[in-house]
Design a protein around this ligand. Structure first.
Ligand code: MN3
Length: 380
């Protein structure tokens, strides 16, 4: 059984990873979190007894240090100590549940020190996917996707079929809370409307990304990077029920789909037990009451994030980094009521057009590009 280092342990992915790990009996080597919920970190330490706990915001660390002084867990703080802990850790697997670009360096340190990477963090793969894959190959680390769609594809194409026999990967999308609305109607939606996802319970940033469909745009880029499939072979299909988590179509026109109830603990657990499977706490599918599965084409005129993501992917280099940073800033502005919902994609499009693209960038250039855009808007 894997011995894991959980990054972003107090977030939605982190807490569900710990549940899945407990379910299958994985060891918890270390946990790391930003530090916004010290009480939860304390409970996690008492329950899972990790060797180390890292609080990324140093000013939040002292409270945790005092709270768990009676335990054997060492409390460290700051990003540098996090990177060092990942490198030095005796874990075999890093689970990256950090939200946003802050997850990038941890993923890079994980694979460069030979740890398998279970990644729910999209940004690292979207911006540095090729570099991370190369480092993983060099250091014998495996990358196991935990995003539900990519886990589904990973399961559908697993086996001995050569990659060149894949005709298409079909990412399913719930369509979010605003499916079917016109551009005009989108002008009137509120923050609370955007934060109400029909099927999945997630953090705020990704919930807004689902509403704009930028989440699916980032997932197209992520799928290209993870599975070495060109952009034109990746399709998006609206599937409101979120039962089929994605599909792979092969050259003989067979389509293999992965179905399960929408419960993030399941792809996280599969990543932990892969290639084995163990009983999970996810609800079983009830074919008696379910089962109307519907499919529709996405409206890329209204939800233009999908088009923007494809453009960034085609452009390559730092274009996905620019797309991601601009979107992250726009979402933050939206959550602070500084811009309206429809402005999110416009903001991202303007930034993508205005920022020069570097081809074949280094990690430093990717991080610099990201930092420059954030500095411009004074957003860290
Ligand atoms: Mn997803």
């Amino acid at each position: 059984m894997r011995n894991i280092f959980v990054l972003g342990s107090t977030g939605s992915i982190g807490t569900q990873t710990l549940e899945a790990a407990e379910q299958v009996g994985c060891g918890i080597e270390a946990i790391a979190a930003e530090g916004s919920d010290i009480e939860l970190m304390e409970r996690q330490i008492r329950k899972h007894k990790p060797k180390a706990a890292i609080v990324i915001r140093p000013e939040r660390a002292e409270r945790l240090r005092q709270a768990v002084a009676d335990t054997a867990t060492e409390v460290l703080s700051g990003a540098e100590n996090l990177y060092e802990s990942i490198k030095q850790s005796t874990c075999d697997t890093v689970v990256n549940g950090i939200s946003g670009m802050a997850g990038t360096l941890p993923s890079i340190y994980a694979v460069s020190s030979g740890k398998d990477l279970i990644t729910a963090n999209k940004e690292a793969i979207v911006t540095c996917g090729q570099i991370i894959k190369k480092l993983a190959a060099e250091h014998g680390a495996e990358i196991i996707p935990a995003d539900s769609e990519h886990s589904a594809i990973f399961q559908c194409i697993d086996g001995k079929t050569p990659r060149k026999r894949i005709k298409r990967l079909i990412l399913t999308a719930s369509g979010g809370p605003f499916y079917g609305m016109s551009a005009e109607e989108l002008r009137g939606v509120s923050k609370n409307d955007a934060l109400r996802h029909p099927n999945w319970k997630m953090g705020k940033k990704i919930t807004v990304d689902c509403a704009t469909m930028m989440n699916k745009g980032l997932e197209i880029i992520e799928a290209c990077m993870l599975f070495d499939v060109p952009a034109e072979k990746i399709d998006v299909l609206i599937h409101r029920q979120s039962i089929i988590h994605s599909m792979a179509e092969f050259c003989d026109n067979t389509v293999i789909a992965q179905l399960a109830s929408p419960d993030m603990r399941l792809p996280l657990q599969y990543a932990l037990t892969y290639p084995d499977r163990l009983p999970s706490r996810a609800e079983e599918l009830d074919f008696d009451k379910l089962m109307t599965l519907t499919f529709a084409r996405p409206d890329i005129e209204t939800f233009k994030s999908l088009r923007l993501a494809r453009e960034a992917l085609k452009e390559g280099g730092t274009a996905p980094t620019i797309l991601n940073a601009a979107n992250e800033i726009a979402v933050r502005k939206f959550l602070r009521d500084e811009i309206c919902f429809a402005d999110i994609a416009d903001f991202t499009e303007r930034e993508l057009e205005a920022t020069p693209i570097i081809h074949n960038p280094s990690i430093e250039q990717i991080l610099q590009t990201d930092a420059d855009i954030r500095r411009k808007y004074d957003v860290k």
